[in-house]
Design a protein around this ligand. Structure first.
Ligand code: FUB
Length: 345
């Protein structure tokens, strides 16, 4: 939701209208990646703080320093905060901005995938490993080789392959990697390096991971989103094109790629028949929340589907102080998803 409309919000009234309450209120949390491990729900969120950095279009005010893991016995239950799972000072290659993470499990080990800026202020994606889903996690010395940008989401397919979806525009620097190397020659403007409005939109990336889940097994490929006629969405199609916050879930054998449209504040989804796509745009999962960013995950628990998301209503609209929430999600019989309104009308 744009910042200028926040000044007019009655937050007490909004609390009554919200379809769900914050999962925790003692800290600010965002970008929830939820998984069910050993029958329990684990949420891997960003841990929002106010570090005092000035607001800008490159997200400098999102100056997070660590991760906490939350767990819940049921989606409507009380959440446990397992404390600091990884701190930026423990990561040899990272300097700042611990943005949206994800996690996954393989052979009884748990892997936290996280973006952070390296010492040259270029976003990279790292991996940290633990024996427990709640951490603490021990980071690899280096980020994933040839990784870039933000918002990793790691999906395990039915054949045991793991795929990382990632990327984010403006502050997430995806637009600076269009030629395959980091474009450092121009000033850090959010609008430099972008395709023109009538050119194909910038795509999220996907790469299969190596068996040890520590590296890319292949060069990342574009996650192509097409319209109902099979044509790639255009950069100027701001209500539908990808911006950040990739997620993948599989429903009835089909692959659902969902994502944020950034400056138009929707969570949208597109369906494909394999993990690489192309994915055909289908619609909106979540209408805009309070706060500039929107970011989510979609997870099955006990045969029901849930949307984990965030908004800034607890902080009364402070866009970098967000709270994780959860709501039930419905797939229709034709496989489309029912759009959720975060606040009832
Ligand atoms: O939390 C920092 C950034 O805000 C995330 O990486 C984006 O997806 C947006 O939610």
């Amino acid at each position: 939701m744009p910042e200028d409309s926040i000044a007019h919000i009655d937050f007490e009234a909004l609390k009554q209208k919200a379809i769900s309450a914050p999962v925790v209120e003692h800290i600010y949390t965002a970008d929830p990646s939820a998984h069910v491990f050993n029958g329990k729900i684990y949420i891997y969120p960003s841990h929002d703080i106010d570090a005092g950095d000035a607001f800008d279009d490159l997200g400098s005010h999102f100056a997070m320093e660590d991760y906490h893991v939350l767990s819940m016995e049921t989606p409507d239950g009380k959440a446990t905060d397992h404390g600091v799972a990884l701190h930026v000072t423990d990561v040899p290659w990272a300097s700042k901005q611990m943005w949206a993470p994800d996690a996954n499990e393989k052979n009884g080990k748990y892997y936290l995938f996280f973006p952070a800026k390296d010492k040259q202020e270029v976003f990279r994606i790292g991996v940290a490993v633990s024996e427990s889903p709640a951490g603490p996690f021990v980071p690899q010395v280096n980020p994933i080789a040839d990784s870039f940008s933000i918002d990793p989401a790691v999906f395990k397919d039915g054949d045991g392959s793991y795929y990382m979806y990632f990327g984010g525009i403006w502050g997430g620097q995806l637009q600076r990697w269009r030629k395959g190397t980091f474009e450092a020659s121009q000033p850090e403007s959010p609008f430099a390096h972008l395709p023109l409005d009538n050119e194909p939109a910038l795509c999220a990336k996907v790469a299969k991971l190596t068996d040890d889940l520590l590296e890319f097994a292949e060069t990342p490929k574009d996650v192509m989103i097409v319209d109902e006629n099979g044509k790639a969405l255009l950069q100027g199609d701001n209500n539908r094109r990808f911006f950040e916050a990739s997620w993948m879930h599989k429903y009835n054998g089909r692959y659902y790629f969902s994502y944020s449209t950034g400056d138009t504040h929707f969570i949208c989804y597109a369906i494909g028949d394999n993990p690489y796509g192309p994915f055909t745009y289908k619609g909106v999962v979540l209408n805009p929340v309070v706060g500039w960013t929107t970011h989510h995950s979609i997870t099955e628990y006990n045969g029901e589907w849930y949307l984990f998301y965030h908004d800034s209503s607890l902080s009364k609209g402070v866009t970098h102080l967000r709270s994780v929430k959860v709501a039930k999600l419905q797939h229709n019989t034709d496989g489309t998803i029912q759009t959720l309104d975060p606040y009832v009308q």
